[in-house]
Structure formats: structure tokens, C-alpha cells
Ligand binder design. Structure first.
Ligand code: SAJ
Length: 425
């Protein structure tokens, strides 16, 4: 039985540790967060990720997964620590460097080290390799090193860890081959081998592709607003073309991946990236654009001291994750501007920044309703039922969940545009 020492029990490390332990590996999971390690060891973990809490608790109970505060000897070392952006939007590699240093005393001849954290191209070769060389082992010969990015969708992690294809990049062919063996134990998709720097770049390209394409959809929403068209219908009909697949506009791009990873390409090639930079600007400008839309709507409806109900504060549907949430940015800006905002979100329990309301409380007596997150709980709602409870009749649906597919044959006033996208009462 092979032993894995996995550093970083976050949203990727924890499910990976659990899956590996369910496939016969003995896994020592290391995290510096004492509270998390204690909770795991008390078999007391809770998670919104489907199936994760059950899998983690049973792996710990069976003894195949051991959460700890420090590393120990193993056959394979996996590094799954965060790489947050700095204030200058560069990758902060402190956790990667610290993790590499922490395993140095435990490295032995024949070991394999795999980095999974999202990093700028060149990190494995230029930063990780020199640190690991301090072990005295010859890299690529006595100590193998590979980069394998995670590519799972938060909310669907356990399924995608198993089903998605993986890209494995080694510092040499033998390192890539050995890493493929590890992933082959649980991945049902294809595992493609390449060099480490290409694998790093592939990860960033995937999320930049998404960012650029969401920016295109967001730009279209501005154009359609100007032309008084329903962007949702324009996109749906354009997507009927066999080679067109436009993503969905919204209040911006959040999360810790799509909104961040393009900067790691920009960092490495700042003069070669007009499109990627512009996409970031377009998506980052969306919360302000939505705030302007709300302000224009209440101004045109001549509502004094409007009460604004905001539905959803998370970065996307079906998650309690608030990182880089564009919905939260919209709400913060509205509050800064002095509006009375009643926000609600069925996925958020402990929130202290401002009061949260139930859906009922948020909507009752509101003048303007701003739908910010397409949670399934909101999709089920008939907006006309909400209108009955409101004082005013402004609805701004930033996710298009209530948008009608009917053409709007009339040229309505700008503030009616939002309502014109709703099915008629
Ligand atoms: N969004 C839109 N319009 C869309 C799709 C998404 O506005 O049409 C917004 C979402 O609301 C959210 C943001 O974009 O605010 C990002 O959401 P997402 O679902 O696109 O992505 P993440 O950040 O949850 O996960 C991504 C995934 N990458 C890709 O699909 C290429 C996932 O596979 C990666 O593993 C993950 O980043 C990661 O960890 O890098």
C-alpha cells in the first residue's frame, strides 16, 4: 500500500485525500489550521460539497486518512495549498514555498512530489525544484516532480475529480509517468502527459477562456440594454447556430479561480495580453454597471428612499462561498450609497457584515428587487408573486432566470426594460 502525504486540506486537498484513501492509499493529510485538523479528527466535518462530509468522516474512522498538523515520510507528497493574488494581482507563492520547505526533512530516494496549486507558468521548474533540491536528492532521478492542476467545479467536486480528464506535467517523462499512476487510481477520464510548464499554462488558459467568454456575454448585455433588447433571448437564439456557444451575462465574475487565474498569465506576459486584460476589466466593471442600472431605475420611477431587496450574495449559484462575490460587491456599493438594502441568501448562515433577511422579509414592501444569484430556490419563484408583496414594481434580473423568450415587439422606456423581460401577468 502506497502512502501519500498531502499538504493543504482545502476545497481540493480534502476531497483528493478522501478519494485516495478510498482507493487503498494511506493518506496523511496536513494542514496548519488546527481547528480544521481537530474537527476532522473528531469526525465532525460539515460541508456543502455533495458527499464530502460522509466520505471524509468514514475515511478518518477507518484510519486510512489521518489529518495532522505536520508532514511525515511517505511515497508521494501532494501540495494543494492556496495561491491567493497579492494586492498587485500577482500570485502569492508563500504557501507553496512553505509547503515545499516543510516536506524537505521527510523526502527519500524514489519519492514523488506533485504540485496541484494554481501557479504562474514556470513555478514548478523555477521555484519548487530549487527548494526540493535542498533535500540533497537529484531531481528527476532520485526525486520525481510533477505538476497536475485540479479542474473541478465547486459544488460538484467529488464527481468531477473522478470523471474529468487530467493533465499531468512532469519535469521529465518518468516524473509524469509516476504521477499518472497515482491519478490513474481514481480518475476515470483520460490522463494526458506533458511537461510541467505546459500543464501550468493549460490550467490558467482554461479559466481565462471562461473569463473572456463571460466578458463577451457581459458586453452583449450592455449593448442589448442600450438597444432595448432582451440579451437572454439574443444569446439563446444565437446559440442555435451549431458553432456558437455564448456564456451567460451576470453581475460579474467571482470565486477564487476564474476571477484570479487570468492575472497569473498577465503577470508573466503583460505586453502580450490585450484581450485577457480587457476581459478582466469588463467583468470587474459589472457590479458598478448593475448599481448604475438600479439607480437609474429608481430615479426614473421617481422613488424617494427606495427599499431595495437583493436576492443572493454568494459568488455563484448553489454555494455558500463569498470569495470575490460580485453580488456582495453590488450590495456593498448600494449600502455605501445610502440605500436601504435587504439582502437574503438561503446558502449563508453566519454573516456579520450586515443583516440578512428571509426572502419574505426582504421582498415585503420593497420598491426594487435585484436578483443577483441564480440559486435554485430563486428559480422556482414566480416573480409575479413577488411583485404582489412589493411596494414598487422594479425587478432587475441580472441572471436572466425570469427572462421571457417572447420577443418584445414594442420599444419600451428604459426603466420598463427590466419588466418587459418578465412574462406578462
Ligand atoms: N459566470 C457567469 N456566466 C457564466 C458562467 C459563470 O457570469 O456563463 C460567473 C459565475 O456566476 C461565477 C464565476 O463566473 O461568479 C465563476 O464561476 P464558474 O462556474 O465559471 O467557475 P468556478 O470559479 O466555480 O470554477 C472554475 C471552473 N473552470 C472552468 O470551468 C474552466 C472549474 O472547472 C475549475 O476547476 C475552477 O474554476 C478552479 O478551481 O480553477
Amino acid at each position: 500500500m502506497k502512502k501519500v502525504c498531502l499538504i493543504g486540506l482545502g476545497c481540493i486537498g480534502l476531497p483528493t485525500a478522501c478519494i485516495l484513501s478510498s482507493k487503498g492509499f494511506k493518506v496523511v493529510g496536513v494542514d496548519t489550521n488546527q481547528k480544521l485538523v481537530e474537527e476532522l479528527n473528531q469526525v465532525n466535518i460539515d460541508s456543502l460539497e455533495t458527499g464530502l462530509a460522509g466520505l471524509a468522516n468514514s475515511a478518518i474512522e477507518s484510519g486510512s486518512f489521518i489529518p495532522r498538523l505536520s508532514p511525515e515520510e511517505a511515497d508521494v507528497f501532494m501540495i494543494c495549498v492556496p495561491t491567493p493574488p497579492t494586492d498587485e494581482n500577482k500570485a502569492d507563492l508563500t504557501y507553496v514555498k512553505d509547503a515545499a520547505k516543510s516536506i524537505l526533512p521527510y523526502l527519500r530516494k524514489g519519492n514523488l512530489v506533485i504540485l496541484e496549486s494554481t501557479v504562474p507558468p514556470g513555478t514548478t521548474e523555477e521555484i519548487l525544484k530549487p527548494i526540493l533540491e535542498k533535500s540533497g536528492l537529484k531531481l528527476g532521478n532520485e526525486l520525481h516532480l510533477a505538476y497536475c492542476p485540479e479542474r473541478v467545479l465547486p459544488g460538484n467536486i467529488l464527481k468531477e475529480l473522478v470523471e474529468n480528464d487530467r493533465i499531468v506535467g512532469g519535469i521529465n517523462a518518468e516524473s509524469a509517468r509516476l504521477a499518472k499512476e497515482v491519478y490513474g487510481s481514481f480518475v476515470e477520464g483520460e490522463i494526458y502527459l506533458t511537461d510541467a510548464t505546459t500543464a501550468e499554462m493549460v490550467k490558467l488558459v482554461e479559466n481565462s477562456f471562461r473569463d473572456v467568454n463571460i466578458a463577451f456575454a457581459n458586453e452583449l448585455s450592455g449593448v442589448c440594454d442600450k438597444l432595448n433588447l432582451n440579451v437572454w433571448q439574443v444569446i439563446e437564439l444565437a446559440n442555435k447556430h451549431p458553432r456558437v456557444s455564448i456564456l451567460e451575462p451576470g453581475p460579474g465574475v467571482g470565486g477564487h479561480c476564474v476571477a484570479v487565474d487570468p492575472f497569473f498569465i498577465i503577470e508573466k506576459a503583460p505586453h502580450e495580453v490585450n484581450l485577457i486584460k480587457t476581459a478582466r476589466c469588463v467583468n470587474d466593471s459589472m457590479p458598478d454597471y448593475i448599481v448604475e442600472k438600479v439607480e437609474r431605475a429608481v430615479r426614473q420611477a421617481q422613488i424617494k428612499n427606495p427599499i431595495i431587496a437583493c436576492l443572493g450574495i454568494t459568488y455563484k449559484a448553489g454555494t455558500g462561498d463569498l470569495r470575490e462575490s460580485p453580488a456582495l460587491k453590488v450590495i456593498r456599493r448600494l449600502r455605501e450609497k445610502g440605500y436601504i438594502v435587504r439582502a437574503c441568501d438561503p446558502y449563508i448562515k453566519d454573516f456579520t457584515e450586515f443583516p440578512l433577511f428571509s426572502l419574505k422579509e426582504a421582498v415585503r414592501g420593497a420598491d426594487c428587487l435585484v436578483l443577483l444569484v441564480d440559486h435554485k430556490e430563486f428559480k422556482k419563484i414566480n416573480p409575479h408573486e413577488l411583485l404582489k408583496k412589493m411596494r414598487g414594481s422594479l425587478i432587475i434580473d441580472t441572471r436572466g432566470i425570469w427572462a421571457s423568450n417572447e420577443p418584445t415587439y414594442h420599444k419600451s422606456l428604459e426603466d420598463k426594460r427590466h419588466l418587459s423581460s418578465l412574462p406578462s401577468r
